[in-house]
Design a protein around this ligand. Structure first.
Ligand code: ADP
Ligand code: PMV
Ligand code: MG
Length: 387
């Protein structure tokens, strides 16, 4: 029996970082997915190992079930229906399960993903043997929510196989969970994100689970419907960074300058709320569309300025801002910043020749550009009966 689940990455249109501290943010899923396949051995396979193959980084991990029981004695209990947080002590214990694998220095960030995997796997499926394969269309650690897509697709696949969730094994093709199961997958994914991000807001796992366009504030989600076409150019600086360190850096700055930072975070809250109301407003004449795009551009510019105040911009991001500004285009970083990806609004009347020119100039600087579909489906899964 094999189950496959896939979950999308995301872009944050307004409000990253501030959302960790209770301000509103607006995010959309994008049409790039992480897929997880979990294959349980058939009863006569005699297999007693848990294998994790991370295709994108070319790493494979394998543990005997006895070793899993030794590291995580709690894995004998089935807690799939009540998401629990992995404590520091347990993280240290799980780290001992990684010692023998000698992860290359350049791929050390992957360790937190493997810890999240072991926590989610043993909490949801206990200590069953299985072969798990993960692959992604998303760049890892670039601000497009690969960590959330990883945690959501993994939680979805594991829950589909757990006794706590009732699913119809005869359904064909990709299917969505019911609302209750989606909520459960989202809560487990949040626990995984805590291991990878330290202090996540929950926006990334929420938009990856439910898809589409959302406004998110203090853990609560509002689905929004855009009444304008938002075409965003995504430029990857290819500068690696780590969300956990950047989020911690903003918290440190807030501790050092509480009053100034509270004003910055409050300003972001206003920007996100205004962003949401502009895209939802129902005025459709050409003039109205141009005006709405100009307001979005101004909000993006202000949001980027405030992200600079938080200390999460980067020289490569500034280069993209300057380059796109030459073409009168507005950009902002998306996700945790410090490198990663930048969004540029492509207004509806912008000639294709200008888009080609700006992409050409950005690519000359060594950046990678693409236009992703915004607001697609969230978590889906499918069963395959193996012969
Ligand atoms: N496909 C994947 N394979 C292995 N690990 C992954 C994968 N996707 C995400 N991860 C984990 O998530 C981390 C990146 O998360 P993060 O720093 O939050 O950046 P982002 O979420 O913006 O991509 C990786 O270092 C790894 O631990
Ligand atoms: C910076 C933050 O707002 C978004 C992080 O996104 P990403 O991991 O960089 O894709 C953190 C969070 O909301 O948990
Ligand atoms: Mg992340």
């Amino acid at each position: 029996m094999e189950v496959r689940a896939r979950a999308p990455g995301k872009i944050i249109l307004a409000g990253e970082h501030a959302v960790v501290h209770g301000s509103a943010a607006v995010a959309a899923s994008i049409g790039l997915y992480t897929s997880v396949s979990v294959r349980l051995p058939s009863p006569n396979d005699n297999d007693d190992t848990l294998t994790l193959h991370l295709m994108d980084v070319g790493l494979e991990f394998s543990w005997s079930i006895d070793r899993i029981k030794e590291i995580l004695p709690g894995s004998v209990n089935n807690v799939a229906s009540s998401p629990t947080t992995c404590c520091e002590e347990t993280i240290k214990l799980i780290l001992t399960a990684l010692e023998s694998f000698k992860i290359p220095e350049a791929k050390m960030g992957i360790a937190s993903g493997v810890i999240a995997f072991l926590w989610l796997y043993t909490s949801i499926l206990g200590n069953k043997a299985a072969k798990v394969i993960v692959s992604s269309e998303l760049p890892l650690g670039a601000g497009l929510g690969s960590s959330a897509a990883f945690c959501v697709s993994l939680s979805g696949a594991l829950l589909a196989l757990s006794d706590s969730v009732e699913v119809d094994f005869d359904q064909e093709g990709w299917v969505s969970f019911g609302e209750k199961e989606q909520q459960l997958a989202n809560r487990w994914a949040f626990e995984g994100e805590k291991i990878i991000h330290g202090k996540p807001s929950g926006i990334d796992n929420t938009v990856s689970t439910f898809g589409n366009l959302i406004k998110f504030k203090s853990g609560a989600l509002t689905c929004i419907k855009s009444n304008m076409i938002l075409k965003m150019l995504i430029t990857n600086t290819n500068v690696g960074r780590n969300t956990k360190a950047l989020v911690a850096g903003v918290s440190e700055r807030k501790k050092r300058h509480p009053d100034a930072m509270t004003s910055v975070l409050t300003a972001v809250d206003f920007i996100s709320n205004e962003f949401a109301s502009v895209i939802q407003s129902t005025s459709f004449s050409d003039d109205d569309v141009v005006k709405k795009e100009q307001r979005i551009q101004e909000l993006m510019e202000m949001n980027q300025g405030l992200l600079q105040c938080m200390g999460v911009s980067h020289a490569s991001i500034e280069t993209i801002l300057r380059t796109t500004l030459k073409y009168e285009l507005t950009s902002k970083l998306t996700g945790a910043g410090g490198g990663g990806c930048v969004l540029t609004l492509l207004p509806s009347l912008l000639p294709a020749t200008v888009i080609d020119k700006v992409i050409g100039e950005l690519e000359q600087c060594g950046f990678q550009c693409f236009v992703a579909e915004i607001g697609g489906s969230g978590l889906v899964f499918r069963f395959d009966v193996l012969s």
